[in-house]
Design a protein around this ligand. Sequence first.
Ligand SMILES: O=P(O)(O)OP(=O)(O)OP(=O)(O)OC[C@H]1O[C@@H](n2cnc3c(O)ncnc32)[C@H](O)[C@@H]1O
Ligand SMILES: [Mg+2]
Length: 173
Amino acid sequence: MKFIIGSTNQAKVNAARAVIESHFPGSELEEVKVPSGVKDQPFGDEETRTGALNRATNAANEQGDAIGIGLEGGVRVVGEEMFVCNWGALALPSGKSFTAGGAQIPLPEEIASELRDGRELGIVVDEYFKASGIRFSEGAIGMFTAHAVTRDKLFEHVMQLLIGQLKYYEKAN
Ligand SMILES: O=P(O)(O)OP(=O)(O)OP(=O)(O)OC[C@H]1O[C@@H](n2cnc3c(O)ncnc32)[C@H](O)[C@@H]1O
Ligand SMILES: [Mg+2]
């Protein structure tokens, strides 16, 4: 099988590779930078899921016969708190698509208020931990869970949910 992922972020690519390899050994996976069609910092499930779907569709359109993968990070407000939220999508050459959401944890208020001022989580989290490129490795989720769940592991779970739906669909149709 052929897959193409709409990002070169290694936290996303590694997650996709691990899950594809375990379900469809010997498959090809290409990476390509594509527009998400949403803001660099999506707000809410709707916008984040749309970003994932756009990435999957745009990636699939780069190659006629590959399954497009889109993984997108965002934030959403629940009650008084701002949570990290992540969505994933698969786009088949036929036009059929699948989506799935990932696990969520709240962010400290200091970070939430920066995001309300229009800043990007990736940048704010690097400043908070005086580090660089956290979004490419453990992610905010990894830092705020003492590495219990890192960004690639979170995306692996989203990928399992997507590939699982694809397998069910292929069996049922
Ligand atoms: O190259 P791309 O694929 O765009 O990778 P990205 O890291 O920018 O990831 P997203 O666009 O999907 O995420 C939207 C924003 O949210 C940030 N973000 C989301 N989840 C994060 C996490 O766990 N840790 C750090 N930043 C995160 C990310 O850095 C962006 O600023
Ligand atoms: Mg981005």
